[in-house]
Design a protein around this ligand. Sequence first.
Ligand code: HPA
Ligand code: ZN
Length: 336
Amino acid sequence: MKQFIQDLPKVELHLHIEGTLEPELMFELAARNNITIPFESFEDVRDAYNFHNLQSFLDIYYQGANVLITEQDFFDLTWAYLLRCKNDNVVHTEIFFDPQTHTERGISFDTVVNGIERALSKAVSELNITSQLIMCFLRHLDEESAFTTLEQALQHKDKIIAVGLDSSENGNPAGKFERVFKRALNEGFLTVAHAGEEGPASSIRDALDLLQITRIDHGVRCSDDEAFVQELARKKTPLTVCPLSNIKLKVFEEMSEHNIVELLRKGVCVTINSDDPAYFGGYMTDNFMAVSDAHNMTKAEIAQFTFNAIDASFISALEKKRLFAINEAYLTLHHS
Ligand code: HPA
Ligand code: ZN
């Protein structure tokens, strides 16, 4: 099964580039940029990654991002992630970045987006990996800051396909960003949002209704409302689920209690993603393996996660068809 999962051509739809900062690169960038970090060793860092909820993770995640200063730093960060993609046979990835985490520290929007973009372009020719970029607004900041960020993104419309919403869900309802998302839609951006990670099923409904999103990031709390689960299945609304993240942040106690397989079997368009792999203990293959180890799944069911991700991705219909065909051939070859 490990080999089947490793070699399965995968599509990732929920990945925060700042969440791919491995301790080794954190130390390297801290030294390069003369920045003090509150850790003595890699072990120190890994010991600190003991989270009890979303906020306890976010505090450490924003602190880690302080070592990212130059365009080269953002390039190096993104390139390291893309090499992981190559290793896991991720053939297409849709990446979030959090501009406000950096602009609030005086790093320019252009530095961030140009560094990331340079690595993504290089990956097309050198690694045969395609990608899209999604700009997230931090929901703990105010509407005005989000509007300023959207304004900055307008000059980079050619590089950014969609806007998203992340950070602290509790206390920051989707409605706070209704006007920003309307403006983004008018400017031609697609929209996604984190919802139903810690917040209730109603917060997923709010995100769908108020922000007109085309897919939900996380969304696992939909299970609190069975009628809603049926509705999501019927409407084929995609959920970008992050299994290892959900365990690390205590959304579920154990992987055997995770609802992703149940949702898959109910016909919901669920996908597997790594969220912040440097913080949660694994990239794509690790996430697939963790689900497969804890649940009794067939290869066809595992491949369905990837068919769902192709469907839910922001690539062209022609490209979707091409990836479907590749995956179908792979599944046929390795079915038994
Ligand atoms: N949830 C909310 N905000 C985030 C996450 C997440 O899983 N990862 C990075 N920012
Ligand atoms: Zn996320």
